[in-house]
Design a protein around this ligand. Structure first.
Ligand code: R5P
Length: 294
């Protein structure tokens, strides 16, 4: 059987090459040329056929969604019959309901778009709030949701002795519980009230963290305010140290400084999004799923 191709973009070469090697795929660079007016042109290898995988993480999603549209349609024209999207970070999953008439439900629109372009979608820890499964959000035949929590749990026990895992809000409970499970770690979950894009209130659960090495674990760090506020409170409560472990390192330009200022020692992230804080790879976890699909 012919080896399937892994289509990737230059800025994600490092993770894409790792995945290609682990999954036994033929890496194929999508060339991109940027025009002075903001448009861009893509070029795919003309020899594509059969089964292919497109690798693209959707941080900075607005531009990358256009890339996906152009690349997927062209791959089909070139003869690809089965096209899988590996999208380690899947954007626009949080807006899943119209709270007032006229509000755009981005999750449904992006999900439908991806389902129209791909036969299968593989992602990690998508932020699904009011929908039960990835397939509801992305109605494609194979919609596969992998959790990075076990990988982060393994990393944390390598870095800290007897760590106490804390999730900063109710939604993080699922990931914290999974990360804690295989190493039987202590864990608890805080309560968060979001006041604005860059403002949160956090209430710690009734636990004793005095003298403990606490690790805050969450799916996304964006402005960093959630982790920074939680870290401040944990240190005030007597934690010996606070570190951070996240799946998706979105980090805006001020986030890392903010988190460090709050007293956090180390920031560890997975390579779902290429970032200087990447400390562990989810490519082995993706490979396990991908090799059964292609
Ligand atoms: C939302 O609830 C997510 O799990 C994260 O906690 C959130 O996206 C983090 O956002 P920020 O870093 O801007 O506080």
């Amino acid at each position: 059987m012919a080896v399937a191709s892994l289509l990737y973009f230059k800025d994600e070469s490092s993770t894409a090459m790792k995945l290609a090697e682990l999954a036994g795929l033929a890496p194929c660079l999508i060339e991109r040329h940027d025009f002075p007016d903001g448009e861009f042109k893509l070029k795919l290898p003309p020899t594509l056929s059969g089964r292919a995988v497109l690798f693209r993480s959707l941080n900075h999603p607005n531009e990358k969604l256009v890339e996906l549209l152009f690349a997927a349609k062209t791959a089909r024209q070139l003869g690809v019959q089965h096209l899988t999207l590996v999208v380690p970070y899947l954007a626009y999953m949080r807006q899943d309901i119209a709270f007032v008439p006229g509000e755009v439900v981005s999750q449904r629109i992006v999900g439908d778009l991806l389902a129209s372009l791909f036969d299968a979608v593989i992602t990690l820890d998508p932020h699904l709030h009011r929908v039960a499964s990835l397939q509801e959000a992305v109605p494609v035949k194979d919609a596969i949701n992998i959790s990075a929590a076990p990988t982060l749990g393994n990393l944390v026990v390598q870095k800290r002795v007897n760590p106490f895992l804390i999730g900063p809000d109710e939604e993080s409970a699922q990931w914290v519980a999974q990360a804690a499970a295989s190493h039987r770690l202590d864990y608890a979950v805080a309560t968060k009230t979001r006041i604005g894009d860059r403002s949160v209130d956090i209430a710690l659960p009734p636990i004793d963290v005095k003298g403990r090495a606490v690790v805050l674990l969450d799916d996304i760090a964006s402005s960093g305010h959630t982790l920074a506020r939680a870290a401040e409170l944990l240190l005030l409560a007597g934690a010996a140290s606070v570190d951070v472990a996240v799946t998706h390192a979105l980090f805006d330009s001020q986030a890392e400084a903010l988190i460090k200022k709050a007293g956090v020692e180390q920031i560890w992230s997975t390579d779902c999004i290429a970032h200087s804080s990447n400390a562990v790879s989810v490519m082995p976890a993706i490979t396990q799923v991908l090799t059964k699909l292609i």
